[in-house]
Structures are given as C-alpha cells and as structure tokens.
Design a protein around this ligand. Structure first.
Ligand SMILES: Nc1ncnc2c1ncn2[C@@H]1O[C@H](COP(=O)(O)OP(=O)(O)OP(=O)(O)O)[C@@H](O)[C@H]1O
Ligand SMILES: [Mg+2]
Length: 361
C-alpha cells in the first residue's frame, strides 16, 4: 500500500517563561518519524511523508489518488481543536486513516468536555471547575487540595511539581501564572492522592485489547508534598533515571482491581470515540474508588526507551516489538474500514461496506 505518514516535526527552540510553549512540545522527533516510516516499509508499504503544516491540505489533495491509507500522528498547528486538523482534511478527501476522528480529537483535547462525556457515561472523573479568569468565584462544592492545569494541553504542559494548591491563596497565584502563560481556560480538579495507573489499548470494538497496566511508581519519585506525575517528573527525572523506573508493571495490581481498571479503560475509550489505539490515565481516591483523569487518543510512539511514552512501555511489556506495534495499530484501522489483508498486509482488497464498530457504554 501507499501510506502517507502525517506528523508535526519537533523543533527545539528556547522559549521565554511568558511564551506559550504548549503543543510543539508534543511534536514528534525525527527519530520517531523515521522509526514509523521504517516499520511501515518493513511491513511492505511505500511511505510518503507529509508534514502537517499549512501546506498539508494541498499536499494531501495532490496525493489523494495515490494514497491508500494515512498513518496519522499529527498534533496539529496551535489553535482550537488542533488535533482534529488532519482528520478533518482526510475526511474531506475520503482518505482512510489511523486513529480517532475529528470529533474525538477535539473532545479529548478539551479536558472539561471530555469529563462531561465520561460523566454522562457513568464513568467517575474528579470533581472540577473551569476558570475563565483567575478571579472567578471558587465553587463551594470543591474542597482543597486542588490541582490546576490548562484545559487544552497534553504531555503534562503546565502541570508542574507545585500544581497542587493547598488553599485559595496558592490557587489564585497559580491560576494567574497559568493564565499568563497558556492564555486559555484553566481547570481546577479535586486532587486524588491514591495509586495512579496508565492503561494503553490497541484495537476496536470486540477486538479492543488492554495492554499490561502500568502503575506510576511514586515510591521511587523524589520527595514531593503532593505526588503527581508532573512535567518535571516526566521530562527531567525520567530522562535521568530511565522511564522504566517511573512505572511498575501490573504484577502488584490484584486481579479485581485489574479487572475494574480494564473495564473502565474500555468504557472510556469507547465513550470518547477513541479508535485503533489510545491511553487512559486513572487515579484512586483514598477509598480506592477509580477516577479517570484523562484520555490520550494519540499516545507517543517514540521508539527510544528513555523517552517518556507509557504506551511504548506497555507495548514492550506485552512483548510487542516496535514494528508489531505499528502493524497492530494499522491493522486495527484497516479492519475498521473493512480492508482485508493477507498476513503481511501486502495484498489489500477494499470492501465497500463500512464496518460498524460496536460501542460499549
Ligand atoms: N485530579 C488529579 N488528582 C491527582 N493527580 C492528578 C489529577 N489530575 C492530574 N494529576 C496528576 O498530573 C498528571 C498529569 O495530568 P493529566 O494526565 O491530566 O495531564 P496531561 O498533560 O494530559 O498528561 P499526559 O502527559 O498524560 O498527556 C497525572 O498523571 C497525575 O499524576
Ligand atoms: Mg495524562
């Protein structure tokens, strides 16, 4: 097949504290793009690289008749619902692609909207309030400690070691900082102090597979007042100590908890319209109730074991090589579109009828 690989390339640029850094931090390294390209080539495909910049639509339009499929890892150009940009273009051009569609990409990038959908599906998520200014009155139903985070970011942007506020004075100060830097609504959430898990999934419908569950190894973290898997933990501490140090595999999770976490992960994946692959973060409260913190429809695919990508750690623990991971994501997407393949994916027969993916609620 001719496969387009849509991505945004990470450009290392030093920013001032006031400059909004957000989404370029999530862009992919040349190493990741090359690794996916090589994996797709090893599976017998021809790969066409497409940078998801302002010229992407023109390029996709030009390639429309040559492309059989697109493997999409693009985070989009800064702006509202940026992760929907490439899916929207592909929908317009009727090119099949991996991963979630425009609506799901937009929903999951807006943490408050995603929470509303989870709640509507009976899935617990921490009580919260959206601040549109740093002075908004605090909802009296919320109790401290509260964690604050930009409503529309990922990769722990704006979630730092001092993001948990013990009282309103700290909250107001932190809100001001976040508004100055991120210039968007800020979410304040009840801080949950229990165990934290991250759950990666591959597939769709009946074939949706929960990969080995990872638990954040807070006992190995440097001392913190409130333990959170913040930006510093992911980018500095993990880089120094290796990512595998930050998580522990599922052996210490008892079977009942594992079952409940898996069930909530599947329900959240389906409720939020994720497709082919994804990662759901969850945390327990002091009574061991499970809450969903957020869902990631485009978890990182960086092949470097030192780079923080919990999805990749889960795949490695599941015994999936990098190539098999890429193959599994592509196979899930192709099955969704009802492409039939032989085992090496070299011979593709297009089927006209779209496959209905059964949604679990
Ligand atoms: N309500 C909460 N209670 C306790 N800890 C929380 C809460 N919300 C966030 N955290 C901590 O902050 C971390 C990052 O938060 P979250 O997952 O919402 O951000 P993100 O930027 O989307 O993350 P990712 O890096 O997974 O994309 C969580 O993994 C968790 O450790
Ligand atoms: Mg997260």
């Amino acid at each position: 097949m001719n496969i387009g690989l849509t991505y945004n390339l990470f450009i290392d640029k030093t920013l001032s504290d006031e400059e909004p850094p957000p989404c370029s931090d999530e862009y992919d390294s040349p190493k990741t793009i090359l690794a996916i390209e090589n994996a797709l080539k090893a599976l017998g495909h021809t790969v066409i690289l497409i940078e998801a910049d302002e010229n992407a639509y023109m390029q996709l339009h030009k390639l429309k008749n040559r492309l059989d499929f697109v493997f999409n890892i693009a985070e989009g150009i800064p702006g509202e619902s940026r992760e929907s940009q490439i899916p929207v273009m592909l929908e317009m051009l009727n090119i099949p692609y991996t991963g979630c569609g425009p609506l799901s990409a937009a929903i999951t990038l807006d943490k408050a909207v995603a929470k509303k959908i989870l709640i509507a599906h009976g899935i617990k998520t921490p009580p919260y309030q959206v601040f549109n200014t740093p002075e908004d009155e605090l909802d009296s139903n919320l109790s401290f400690p509260l964690i604050v985070k930009p409503n529309g970011e990922g990769s722990s942007a704006g979630i730092e070691k001092d993001s948990v506020c013990k009282d309103e004075i700290v909250l107001r100060k932190k809100l001001k900082q976040l508004f100055n830097k991120y210039k968007q609504p800020i979410l304040a959430e009840k801080f949950l102090s229990g165990r934290e898990f991250t759950i990666s999934l591959i597939g769709n419908g009946e074939d949706l597979r929960v990969l080995p569950i990872m638990e954040i190894a807070y006992e190995r973290f440097p001392k913190m007042d409130f333990y959170i898997d913040c930006y510093e933990a992911k980018s500095i501490w993990c880089a120094e100590n290796g990512l595998e140090e930050a998580v522990v595999a599922e052996d210490r999770i008892d079977s009942d908890l594992k079952r409940r976490l898996s069930e909530i992960a599947i329900n959240s994946f389906n409720a939020l319209g994720l497709r082919d692959f994804g990662r759901i973060d969850m945390r327990l409260d002091e009574k061991d109730n499970i809450y969903v913190l957020e869902a990631n429809p485009l978890p990182g695919l960086n092949p470097d074991p030192k780079h923080f990508s919990y999805f990749q750690v889960s795949c490695r623990v599941a015994g999936l090589s990098y190539e098999s991971t890429i193959e599994s994501i592509l196979a899930a997407a192709m099955k969704r579109y009802k492409f039939y393949t032989n085992t090496s994916h070299k011979k593709i027969i297009k089927n006209e009828t779209p496959l209905t993916v059964q949604k679990k609620t």
